[in-house]
Design a protein around this ligand. Structure first.
Ligand SMILES: [Zn+2]
Length: 359
């Protein structure tokens, strides 16, 4: 029985892998991202949305236990060749089905192609301009809304931010030429640190269509990370594009704590980039922030330090290689593309600035 399932998975999986080599970007955009994927997602949301627990973790556990057994326990009478073939078969099956249920989206049109704006790597001057703009907005926004932000922590603690962020992402989707996903499932994974210990704040699990974030994240990180995962759920593979879509959605929120969470998350990304090229400039930007914002940054750092990475290098090299295999040439550096995307998007859409500036 298991052998039959394995064979069917492997043959169909192989077919999807071969298809991936021949399908054009525009074909994938039109028929997969705007067709087949939406049907798959709605079935996943219907099945897995009603369950009270994360099936993603259950599947990872089963595949883990089953995989380890298959890897290390040689069946009685089976040859070494059979054993290698079996591993190969299951790998092809899982990889091919990964593409079918979500992964073809890696090869759809990019977010800038979908929205008709051009991007080019930012010069130092442009990066400084973006950081200056975001820093001044963050300061102005915080000073105007400090009390509201402090009084809205409950909104995160009682999980109300989960359906609220879903609404935000679905509202922004059509204006970014993406399809909303009304019933997408999101969960906080327990125990705390389950993902963080693998240098991961959240994960979209393609086989079940669930967005998961680590329960141990600092409350101020949760909306920023969840909006990123929801963006994956809309059929975006690229990391920078997901943060970009989440940022645009969060900035439009009229819940102060949500807007603060995404502005702060984005500011930290900019700070890290500036810090790599000009430490002094980075420290000048940091000194401009109100003391309460600096305290929040410190509190996030302290919280993260409770979950040290178990295998930081292994995770980074596996995920970096994986992203490259899906056509994301920059690998892990693609996370930083949010800055380039946001800079060029706001230049092409002056109306967007009003959301940044508007309290
Ligand atoms: Zn991601």
């Amino acid at each position: 029985m298991l052998k039959k399932i394995g064979n069917t998975l492997a043959y169909t999986g192989l077919l999807f892998i071969i298809l991936r080599l021949f399908l054009s970007q525009s074909f994938i955009e039109q028929y997969y991202s705007n067709g087949v994927f939406l049907k798959i997602a709605s079935i996943q949301d219907f099945i897995f949305g009603i369950l009270p627990f994360s099936v993603a973790i259950l599947i990872i556990f089963i595949i883990g236990v089953f995989g380890v057994r298959k890897l290390f326990v040689q069946e009685h009478g089976g040859s070494f060749r059979d054993w290698v073939f079996r591993i190969f078969k299951w790998t092809i099956g899982l990889a091919g089905w990964f593409l079918f249920v979500w992964g073809f989206n890696y090869n759809r049109l990019s977010i800038e192609e979908l929205n008709g704006f051009k991007t080019a790597p930012l010069s130092r001057v442009e990066l400084l301009e973006e950081t200056e703009m975001v820093t001044s907005n963050l300061i102005r926004f915080y000073e105007k809304n400090e009390e509201q932000i402090k009084s809205q922590y409950d909104f995160i603690e009682v999980d109300s931010f989960i359906p609220y962020c879903k609404q935000l992402i679905n509202e922004i989707a059509p204006s970014l030429h993406l399809n909303p996903r009304k019933n997408i499932t999101a969960r906080q994974l327990k125990p705390k640190g389950l993902l963080l210990k693998f240098s991961t704040a959240g994960i979209y699990f393609p086989y079940t269509g669930e967005c998961n974030i680590d329960y141990g994240l600092h409350p101020l990180q949760k909306p920023y990370v969840l909006l990123h995962e929801y963006s994956h759920g809309l059929g975006i593979g690229e990391e920078g594009a997901c943060t970009f879509v989440g940022l645009i959605a969060g900035i439009r929120s009229n819940k102060a704590i949500i807007k603060y969470s995404v502005l702060l998350g984005y500011w930290k990304k900019l700070y890290r980039q500036i810090n790599k090229v000009d430490k002094e400039k980075a420290s000048q930007f940091r000194k401009l922030l109100p003391i309460s914002v600096l305290n929040d940054i410190e509190s996030i750092r302290k919280n993260s330090s409770q979950y040290p990475d178990i295998f930081p290098k292994i995770r980074n090299s596996i995920y970096g290689t994986f992203l490259k295999s899906q056509g994301i040439i920059e690998g892990l550096a693609s996370y930083n593309r949010v800055v380039t995307l946001h800079y060029h998007y706001r230049k092409a859409h002056p109306a967007h600035e009003k959301w940044l500036i508007h309290n």
